[in-house]
Design a protein around this ligand. Structure first.
Ligand code: GFB
Length: 310
């Protein structure tokens, strides 16, 4: 991949796609192609095919997806499965038909079995049942990995997959129903502080453990892997460190400067007990994250600039 190559970043307005586009531009890759979802519906096979025929991209980062937190995954099960299957199938097939030199597919750590040994190594894929709250999304993402592998085997396509852990960063979703835990808690603590509320209610028991990676770190890893990884399977991308959701809440409370209590809504699901990535493969390839969690949360909160969501 060289700076003059034509690179299509699918999902460039999302948290991951926008971070990849920023990283590419910072590295001097200026020949980027992007389309908003209203300009190009990636679930529409004909439209995707016409777009690839017209633009003929050399490289593709497939960061477009229907995503959300534990509740959205659990409620919009049909949409999470259908939209993601269609997006992946259409983009991967069009990339094959139109001779894309290399494609990178972005997945998620929820592809692993709910009770897989921790930390999660790449070979744990398909060794057990999935976490029920996000099974449709996970099935779609597993299908994307298998599609890349099958196209490599049958057609010799250089299509690779990358599995990020839980992410946060600029352009995250702060909607309290559909977002992930980290942006949700930033918003909850910020609003509670502003309104002098005595407590912030977090979902579940707070005991599940999660690993968090800043989207800028992920983007750096994605560009790195585009250069250094061309094989079947996939590479985990994370920090290799996790903490409980309660510890996360306490960290965010400190960063925001909120003095009140943390209470629990135990009617909301906990989800998978733990999903810590084993990042040995990534480290052996020569890449490591650089933004630690507390620093990343401080950055994200500062970038919001005291924004109100009302
Ligand atoms: O981030 P999150 O929604 O997704 O939730 P998952 C992580 C944990 O935080 C769960 C708890 O145990 C939640 O119950 N939590 C506490 C909260 N307070 C809140 C809150 O206010 N909002 C939210 N959203 N959670 C998703 C998957 O799983 O992770 C996706 O459903 C994807 O498929 C994504 O893999 C990265 O980590 O449980």
């Amino acid at each position: 991949m060289t700076p003059t190559d034509k690179i299509y970043v699918a999902g460039h307005r999302g948290m991951v796609g926008s971070a990849i586009a920023r990283k590419l531009r910072a590295d001097g890759y200026d020949n980027l192609i992007t389309r908003t979802s209203s300009e190009l519906d990636l679930r529409d096979q004909r439209a995707v095919n016409e777009f690839f025929a017209a633009e003929q991209p050399d490289y593709v980062f497939l960061a477009a997806a229907k995503v959300g937190g534990i509740l959205a995954n659990n409620v919009y099960r049909g949409q999470f499965l259908y939209d993601n299957l269609m997006i992946e199938a259409n983009v991967i097939e069009a990339a094959r038909v139109h001779g894309v030199k290399k494609l990178q597919f972005l997945g998620s750590s929820c592809i692993y079995p709910k009770l897989a040994p921790q930390p999660l190594t790449e070979d744990a894929l398909l060794t057990g049942p999935l976490e029920p709250t996000n099974e449709p999304y996970a099935i779609a993402k597993i299908t994307g990995i298998k599609l890349c592998d099958a196209y490599r085997a049958q057609y010799g396509c250089d299509f690779i997959s990358v599995m990020p852990t839980n992410l946060y960063g600029p352009n995250d979703n702060y909607d309290l129903e559909t977002s992930h835990v980290l942006p949700a808690l930033i918003r909850k603590f910020h609003e509670a502080k502003r309104e002098n509320r005595p407590e912030v209610v977090m979902w579940g028991t707070g005991s599940p453990k999660r690993e968090f990676l800043h989207a800028d770190d992920l983007a750096a890893a994605c560009v790195y892997l585009m250069h250094h990884f061309s094989d079947y399977g996939f590479v985990n991308v994370g920090t290799g460190e996790d903490l409980s959701i309660l510890e996360l809440a306490q960290t965010i409370r400190e960063v925001v400067g909120y003095q009140g209590e943390i209470t629990h809504d135990r009617s909301k699901p906990d989800g998978t007990p733990r999903k810590l990535m084993n990042v040995d493969k990534l480290h052996a390839m020569g890449w490591k994250h650089s933004i630690e969690l507390r620093e990343g949360i401080e950055r994200v909160y500062a970038e919001l600039g005291g924004k109100d969501w009302y």
